[in-house]
Design a protein around this ligand. Sequence first.
Ligand code: NPQ
Ligand code: MG
Length: 383
Amino acid sequence: MTAAPNNRSFWTLERVELRRIAMPLVAPFRTSFGSQTERDILLVRCELSAADGRRTEGWGECVALSDPSYSPEYVDGAQHVMIHHLLPRLVAGGPLEAADVAPRLAKLHGHPMAKGALEMAVLDAQLRAENRSFADFLGVTATRIPSGVSVGIHDTVDALLATVQGYLDDGYVRIKLKIEPGNDIEQVAAVRDLIGPDTPFQVDANTAYRRTDGAHLRQLDDYDLLLIEQPLPEHDIIGHARLAAEVATPICLDESLVSAAGTADAIELGACEIANIKPGRVGGYLEAVRIHDLCVAKGIPVWCGGMLETGIGRAANAVLAALPGFTLPGDISASTRFYAEDIVTEPIGISDGYVTVPTSPGLGFEIATTILDSATTATVQAL
Ligand code: NPQ
Ligand code: MG
């Protein structure tokens, strides 16, 4: 018999429930890939047991959108791959802890958002069993993080400025504006004029430009932006490197970064001057921490992106973003930026532009069961 390594607790996956919830957005959210009015979200609830009889449960949130527009994943596909491929392989490997989830699923290609949600549920459950916070697990010491807001594309500049003014009044310390060809330079100039020279400001193109747009995008250099996020298609790393040489404003990657190894390559090639870290996009919080560590070692600033998460993902993101390499404000806004009602008892709020880092056991949230039940559109027992 082989002795278990020290400091590891092994859990058996007893039961996994998948929940689909419908969350209406407080206002339509338009990006270069389309406009959304509702978020259809897949949640994972797992129940684990230990050999000594302890039991625990945890929640994870899958950030896949309804359509494969932001990345190849979409919510029905994530649910299918969990049920038919990921969960059977996880269970077949026997008892586990969160760190075992990604290695055990590594032979199955892709599906980082689905994999990341499973790892998240196991991590939440395991931390709750240890009565330990995610903040303690990551060793973060910051107690609050600056809150940025992502502003969608608007039909008119007047409407855009009214929205931005509302967010300034709410206290957000950084504005991010979605752009696309035809809705860029004029909008950026107007927003910079409104917010003044000292408010941190950045843009996100969600892959909407071409390699030949360097001279066009160079006009953004006049507006003192923190960064230009993902101007080119996700696979065009060389294109981003060329753009980084052509444009003074730093180039930041989002969609292109799906692993620590790929991030290292993008940095090496000069394509990634700043990194947006989204745990779901890279297969979970543990890989997100590895990307953070790598970027710190390479001198690349990082910030935490957002996928219109419920309070589950929003709480965990607020902990992750408290790591010291997250030197730029993230897209971790108040729950009310997107949703009238959250499914957690204490929705993320901002005070003086900051979000408090949660320190309760687990990833940092408690489910508001009644609200969750009323938002649920389907429940599937996957295991
Ligand atoms: C980004 N998020 O950084 C993403 C894109 C994104 C907060 O800007 C519904 C509709 C859900 C559009 C989730 C932010 C979405 C969405 C994420 C866009 O690129
Ligand atoms: Mg983005």
